[in-house]
Design a protein around this ligand. Structure first.
Ligand SMILES: [Zn+2]
Length: 193
């Protein structure tokens, strides 16, 4: 299996509502299969890649409507729901999301992640050039609001971060030459060896 293309959409904190969401990306295998909506997230040991995921839901015991596992009351009928109903992993963390597509062994995970992080750093360099154009389809950028939960559930060392309310212009697409000092954070340690 060969990775034949990686497209990166760099995020800045203003755009993403979350400083730690560094980029979205899509990855193409063998020129014939593409997976979108992967995320590059700044973790305590450097950037890491999060697979596309969906929120887990379960059904209300009263009306059978689907609710997110964090919902305390049914969206449909208002029945009080058991707050402890979500499945916990071996570390006792609540499992709220499930990966839609993902590697099934660590060798593949490293292969994919290393390629994406490398492409991410290259994209950051490209973005400094005049006339830079992002090749990630804007339509695939997803719902940013979801990522706070995804990030929290993925990163065990959940460091505090600031929210940036009031930036709801999701179509903003300015990348070129706007890199601020905040983009000089160090990442990649432990991942890029
Ligand atoms: Zn209900």
């Amino acid at each position: 299996m060969e990775i034949t293309e990686i497209r990166i959409k760099l995020m800045d904190a203003k755009e993403s509502n979350n400083e730690r969401l560094q980029a979205f990306c899509s990855i193409t295998f063998d020129n014939m299969f593409v997976i979108r909506d992967l995320k590059i997230i700044e973790g305590a040991k450097g950037s890491f890649v999060a697979m596309p995921s969906r929120k887990l839901t379960d059904r209300c015991p009263e009306c059978s409507c689907k609710n997110h596992l964090r919902a305390r009351y049914c969206n449909q009928c208002g029945t009080r729901l058991n707050e402890d109903r979500a499945v916990r992993d071996a570390d006792g963390r609540i499992k709220l999301h499930a990966d839609i597509a993902h590697p099934i062994n660590s060798a593949c995970r490293e292969f994919v992640q290393n390629a994406i992080i490398k492409a991410f750093h290259e994209e950051q360099e490209k973005a400094k050039q005049p006339g830079y154009v992002c090749r990630y389809d804007e339509i695939d950028a997803g719902d940013y609001d979801d990522y706070e939960q995804v990030i929290n559930s993925l990163d065990r060392r959940s460091e505090p971060y600031r929210r940036h309310p009031g930036h709801d212009n999701r179509s903003g697409h300015r990348h070129a030459n706007t890199s601020e000092p905040s983009s000089e954070r160090s990442f990649g340690a432990g991942i890029l060896d």
